[in-house]
Ligand binder design. Structure first.
Ligand code: SAM
Length: 427
């Protein structure tokens, strides 16, 4: 099934006469979807219907996916080599409690760029969405980690991960339980062109992690993933707290002073993905195996496995890579399946399941400094009026796009918010 040929010239008119109610419904639906033209709405319907027809054809014997082969097994789980579409096909409906995975990020079709990539990604993902919906238990959860992507050649971002989220909810009936963001403090500032050279964008340091479920009420408990209390909270627990109204209007009751063993964590997961040495990497290097280039840190699946499953529940990673999800599930006593189509990545993953070498889960707690925005403000060079676009075209830096050569050495000047704070604390 070809994807929507949205670059084709749109020359053929298609007129339709609607009743008043139909027109009202159409306007309402377009409003809900944030679509401003009837043409765009019709193209969306064509795309969705085409994709559905494509799915039916493949289920009815069009494209076949062979059953993945067992690569290794432990007491609790199995690594499968093959296409996860084949795995979904032979899996029992409702047999999985949690799918936690990081699929290949946007631009799976390398040649796609511009506005189309997001649609292509959704079209590519639909058969997986169907398989996921089939195998996932009604009280289970789907957790998808996705990095953002820049559009080719321009400093704007692809919308593919948002489109995927909308598609999973609109077409497959998933509920967005809560979006999480994985902040990687060690992320490099890329793409250098926008971030370091033209200085017109900032470092992209988060992945979106969509936590979805077929029900608004999946099994879950935040008590499983508490964060350490802050010093202020520890002090409050030790010395008591007067119930009172906060400036925000929230009443902080006596119950606030109860020790629950830790603080409810935010939906920002701060995990540095810096591991370059360890049993897995050593094993790959010693044996000449590929080190998977896009691993997620063990703490990411660990957080969701702890919060969303009980020991003995079944976890699946259909895009398993180096099988981090399997390793963590094994350590936490969950049953698990990992499916990976590239056997080169599985050769190295073997070491994660060797007797005595299964790596533990929780790392020792660590913390990071998050600066308030505008903590250092040292440049009042006029903004580039063309958004930095002309940088390439001039051999000398355009005055408006760069810092002037004569500019004095950077000095740390409090931001407006900082000044306000200083003012209020001295008043
Ligand atoms: C982002 S990586 C996952 C990395 C993994 N989370 C880890 O930490 O090692 C995505 C993986 O999905 C695999 N993959 C892509 N399509 C697949 C399919 N249809 N079936 C199974 N694996 C697939 C790719 O080979 C790649 O290793």
């Amino acid at each position: 099934m070809p994807s929507t040929p949205s670059k084709e010239p749109k020359t053929i008119p298609a007129n339709v006469r609607l009743g008043v109610t139909e027109k009202a419904l159409l306007d309402e639906r377009m409003g809900e979807l944030g679509i401003s033209s009837v043409g765009e709405y019709v193209r969306r319907l064509i795309r969705q219907d085409g994709a559905k027809a494509g799915r039916k054809a493949s289920a009815g014997g069009g494209e076949r996916f062979s059953t993945p082969k067992r690569f290794l097994s432990t007491d609790l789980g199995t690594v499968w080599h093959g296409n996860s579409l084949g795995h979904f096909k032979r899996s029992k409906p409702g047999s999985v409690d949690l799918i936690v995975t990081s699929p290949p990020f946007g631009l799976v079709r390398k040649k796609s760029y511009g506005n189309e990539d997001a649609h292509l990604y959704c079209d590519w993902f639909r058969p997986f969405a169907e398989g996921i919906r089939k195998v996932l238990n009604e009280r289970g959860s789907l957790v998808i980690d996705l990095g953002g992507a820049w559009k080719k050649g321009i400093p704007t971002r692809s919308l593919y991960h948002f489109e995927l989220l909308l598609m999973l909810c609109d077409e497959y009936g998933f509920h967005l339980c809560q979006e999480h963001y994985w902040w990687n403090p060690s992320k490099l500032p890329t793409p250098a062109e926008w971030v370091n050279i033209r200085r017109i964008r900032v470092k992209d340091a988060i992945n979106s992690v969509w936590w979805l479920s077929p029900t608004p009420w999946p099994k879950a408990s935040n008590r499983r993933v508490l964060a350490p209390y802050s010093d202020a909270m520890r002090d409050l627990l030790a010395n008591g707290y007067d119930a009172k109204m906060r400036p925000s209007g929230h009443l902080i009751s006596k119950k606030f002073g109860k020790d629950n063993g830790g603080a409810v964590p935010p939906n920002l997961l701060a995990i540095a993905n810096t591991e370059s040495n360890g049993a897995y990497q050593d094993y790959c290097r010693e044996n000449g195996f590929d080190i998977h280039p896009a691993r997620f840190p063990a703490l990411l699946p660990e957080y969701f496995i702890r919060m969303l499953t009980n020991p003995g529940d079944r976890v699946l990673d259909p895009f398993a890579g180096s099988c981090v999800t399997g390793m963590v599930s094994e350590a936490l006593g969950r049953k698990w399946d990992c499916v990976e189509m590239n056997s080169g990545f599985l050769d190295g993953a073997v070491v994660r399941f060797r007797d005595g070498t299964t790596q533990g889960t929780s790392q020792p707690p660590s913390s990071y400094v998050i600066h308030t925005p505008c903590a250092v403000v040292d440049d009042d060079t006029p903004l580039p009026s063309d958004g930095g676009k002309s940088w390439h075209d001039s051999s000398a830096s355009p005055a408006s796009s760069s810092r002037p050569a004569s500019s004095s050495s950077p000095s740390v000047v409090p931001s407006a918010a900082g000044l306000h704070q200083m003012a209020s604390s001295s008043s």
